[in-house]
Structures are given as structure tokens and as C-alpha cells.
Design a protein around this ligand. Sequence first.
Ligand code: NAD
Length: 372
Amino acid sequence: MKVNTVESLSGSTEEKGMNTFDIMAKYGHEQIVQCYDEATGLKAIIGIHSTVLGPAMGGTRMWNYASDEEGILDVLRLSRGMTYKSAISGLNIGGGKAVLIGDPKKLKSETYLRRFGKFIESLNGKYVTAGDVNISTRDLEYIRMETSHVTGLPEALGGGGSSSLITAFGVYMGIKAAAKQAFGTDSLEGRKVMLQGVGAVGMRLLQYLVEEKSDVFVSDIEEDRLQYASREYGAHVVSPEQIFDIESDIYAPCALGATLNDYSIPKLKCTAIAGGANNQLEDEEKHGQMLMDKGIIYAPDFLVNAGGIMAVAAEYMGEFNKEYLYQKAEGIYDKCLEVLKKAKVQQQNAQLMAIEVAEARISAIGQLHRSL
Ligand code: NAD
């Protein structure tokens, strides 16, 4: 089954043929909640991967999945990623995600979103939502009318505003850590960076890179964004088809998931990879290993792009402070370098190494809670 999402997910082919309980068992999911409302056409799936560290937090994505099974698979994988992202970032937050199945243009309405909000409320805070693909802050306002378990709200409503700025800063830190590991220096001056996707995260990242005098090549499917990147920041424009033919020091995926796969890895001509996209490896084990075999340094995606969850978690806890959050996101540099060094010493796939670090914290805190 091929999952066709904006971030088309990682996962082995074998996994795509497995049933829901088998995948839940394989990855240790706690709960999947299916919500249905005939009047509004709402079909929602809330995936709760882990609540060991705290409430399962993760955005809601709306997508016209080809089948309900695709939606379930999406929510299972994304919720697991959220658990690791929060755990490795030292947050007292668990991992969850929700998907709304259907065409946003046809289905989304105030009643549809408020009905979804009621379902979230019925979980009594076990799941906390935020925005994601096709769910805007305006949509969150409707959801919030029925539940307080929402974060990532606009500043006007007491929220922290767009988390993409902090995400971009964290990605910049991740790129510097990857550079340090690959080249022995974290200076990006003169480094050739292939930046895929100049959206909210990518465009801000481009600014950081240009400020450090990197030589940046950008690719996007939106012509106006490319023109802006070229005009404002002097970036070189590359077509999406050419991206893997370009020789670079660093490849920064900031658009889609699963761009590291059987097709792209043999073509890659870079020394290191670090970017903001979720689920960059189509198959964590296989493609992580292929990158290792090619000698390419891979900075684990969920570690590098954790700035956003740091921001929305702080907002939910009532601890939002921009200055403190940027300091916290700066810590991505050290954490990333630590994982990359450990992976090198142990000749281990860095993504799996990062998962090991996240799982160790979950296990230790879980034990701590049980002993109280
Ligand atoms: P966005 O939608 O603002 O930007 C994505 C960009 O990628 C767009 O400009 C889009 O046109 C471009 N794109 C789509 N398909 C492409 C292709 N085939 N080739 C090149 N470009 C393509 O999203 P964003 O908020 O910037 O997020 C970027 C990535 O980072 C996503 O994968 C997202 O899930 C992930 N992420 C974002 C945050 C956040 O705080 N925004 C946090 C964690 C992870």
C-alpha cells in the first residue's frame, strides 16, 4: 500500500501489508480511536502512541486518503515519531497524532471541526492537538470552542504563533552539527547546501544559511517561492527533477517525507543530510543503512526538527517564552552531535541510535513513575 501524503511516510513494504494490531504491537502503540459523525461526514482517527512521559501531543492532519487503511497507517507512524521527538527533546510530553479522512475543500466547516473538538474533549486530555497539513490556526479556533486540549494557537488568542520559525532555527543547529561531524568544523561559510522546499521552515532556514555565507541551491514546486528565494537571498534555483543530480556538501530536505529511498540514495552526491521534513527515510532500517554504506552522515529528522514541538508544548504548559525556546532549540546542536558521534563509534544507523536514546529516556521515566 503506497501512502500518498504530503510527507509520504517511511515504513517498510512489509509493514504496509500488516494489519493495525500487528503494527500497534510492533511499535508499542497504546490506543487508536476512530471517530465518526454522519451529519458532518467526519471520519477521524486519533493515534495515541505513548503517554508515558505526558499527554500524547501531535497535530491533526486532513488528507484525502485513498483508503481508511492509509489514514490508519499514517496516524500510526506519525504518532510514533511524535513520541520520539518529544522524548529526545527532554519534554514531558507523549506522542500522538490525528488524521481527518476526506477532502478539506468539501468537508471542512465549523460544525465538522467542532464535532472533532468534542471527540478530543472526550479523551480528557490524553490527546492534545495542534495544526498540521490542511489544518490552519483558524480551524484550531473552531476545535478550541469544544476542547481546551489544543495548542499552536495564534498570538492573538494567547498562543505562541507560528512554530516554524523555531523549527527552522533548530534545523539550522542540526545542519551545523552534521557539518561538524562531516567536516570537523561547523562553519557553513562557503558550504554548498541543497535545500529542498522553501516553505515556512525552508525559507527561514535559507536566511540563516545565507547569513552564514553558504552557497544555497533551492528547489520547490511553487514558482513564486523560488523567485523570492532567488531575488531576496541570491539562492540558485534547481528544478525538483534535478535535485539529486546536484553535488553538494549538505542536502536539507524541508518539503516531503520519504525522499531518502531506493531511487534517490544511489544518486545522492552529498556528504551530510539534515533537514526539517518528517519521516525522511522511507524505511528507517534499510535506507539508514544505505546512507551509512555510502558514508553519508544522516542527522535524525525527529531530533533536528523538534523546535516546533518544543514551542507548542511550552504553549500548552503555559510556559511559552521565546528567548528560552531559542536556547532550548540551540541544544539540538549538542544532542545531534552526540548521537552522530555515538552512531559512528558503534557503527550504527543514526536514526536507530536516536530512537534508542529516546526509548531509554521513556523507559527510565516510566520506571521512575512506577516507583513513586
Ligand atoms: P510548508 O508547506 O510551508 O513548506 C513545504 C514546501 O515544500 C512548500 O513550499 C512546497 O511547495 C514545497 N514542496 C512540496 N513538494 C515539493 C517537491 N516535490 N519538491 C520541492 N519542494 C516541494 O511546510 P513547512 O511548515 O515549511 O514544513 C516543511 C517540512 O517540515 C514538512 O515536512 C513538515 O512536516 C516538517 N516540519 C515542520 C514543522 C513546523 O514547525 N512547521 C515542524 C516539524 C516538521
